[in-house]
Design a protein around this ligand. Sequence first.
Ligand SMILES: *Cc1c(COP(=O)(O)O)cnc(C)c1O
Length: 236
Amino acid sequence: MQSTDTSNALQERVNQIREKMAAAARQAGRLPADILLCAACKSQSSHLVRLAADSAVDVFGESRMQEMRTHLRDAAFAGKPCHFIGQLQTNKVRQVVGQADLIHSVGSPRLLAAIAAEADRQGITQAVLIQINLGQEASKTGISEESLRTLLEQAAASPGVLVRGLMAIPPPTDSPAQARPYFAQLRELMNRADSWGIENTKLNILSMGMSDSYEAAILEGATLVRIGRQIFGERP
Ligand SMILES: *Cc1c(COP(=O)(O)O)cnc(C)c1O
């Protein structure tokens, strides 16, 4: 009984998010179908993730390697794609490469090299996004805008990785409207990077926007939004 209630409530929340996503897309003159909803499932049980798999989410986003393994073991995604969106330590690369369909959080030459080496070892190509540190915050992960070209050139020389786009977590703002310039900055950066025509890159994924900011992100061109609390409620 409780599970049915939980499932219905969750599906209803996801449907509401999808409606808001579609409205923002139309406002920006974009197609709602061009934007993916990624459920950020850190701290959530396999049971709840499995319920979310029956809702209108497109992909799952994992922030912690161990939780990703648990959710995969329990078949909680029910066949939907699994992305790795959290900070990835170099020593955990082996457990994530080949398991995650897309790694969003490549923010250093060292991590890119480790992913490429592991993908080579497995004989696969790992799709990745480059994480950009937009606010130049010392505490935040991601590379600076200025370092992007060098990192893409490194990727071009690494057959094990294919760069699919950019990801960012803008600095906290008082309102979603204040985050829009950051989202615009990321979109412009991807357009510029695309015009460089670097090999081994196919830049068309813009991963930006979370529970409090996804509509603003869509207005500025997000193709994938990562939403946790609005789907699952406050984290346990
Ligand atoms: C947790 C998390 C999210 C989702 O955040 P909410 O505020 O719960 O929507 C998005 N992206 C990343 C990288 C996260 O770790």
